[in-house]
Design a protein around this ligand. Structure first.
Ligand code: HEC
Length: 124
């Protein structure tokens, strides 16, 4: 009886309440390793850097992006400002999902204080 009840609940979620959630597109499964290759081959690194940590002059940090997947896709296809648009024939949806997966998988940058070389340059 319990099993039937929870199955009904799941069906309700999928059909009803789940509709709203489905709108906030979950990122499709992406392959981070392939994403890194696309990021390099498609030239994203030229503005966002090879570690995707960005540069004030050319493009913001993308590593560990907090952007939801749909906002990421909107920026890719219809950029908000200076970034060139990337159509699906240049960066297909799967490649974009792979790039997103790679960006989200990147490790946090080390604290400057943990880098002896920077400390020698007077970083406090
Ligand atoms: C010619 C430089 C340039 C290239 C190449 C480029 N970008 Fe960008 N990107 C920018 C700039 C500048 C912005 C800031 C918003 C704008 O100007 O549209 C940006 C913003 C973004 C953002 C939004 C970041 C945020 O947190 O708001 C994402 C995501 C992004 N780029 C992904 C990519 C991907 C993926 C590629 C490669 C397919 C790429 N960009 C290639 C310059 C570039």
């Amino acid at each position: 009886m319990k099993i039937i009840a929870s199955t009904t609940f799941l069906a309700f979620l999928a059909l009803g309440a789940g509709g709203g959630l489905a709108q906030q597109a979950q990122a499709p499964a992406g392959n981070a390793e392939a994403g890194k290759k696309h990021f390099m081959a498609d030239g994203c690194w030229q503005c966002h850097g090879v570690t995707a940590d960005g540069s004030a002059a050319t493009g913001p940090r993308l590593s560990r992006t907090a952007l939801p997947y749909d906002a990421f896709m909107t920026q890719l296809r219809k950029p908000s400002n200076e970034m060139p648009p990337y159509e699906a024939k240049i960066v297909p949806d799967q490649a974009a999902a792979d790039i997103y997966a790679w960006l989200r998988s990147l490790p946090a940058s080390p604290d400057a204080k943990s880098l002896p070389l920077l400390m020698g340059m007077g970083v406090k």
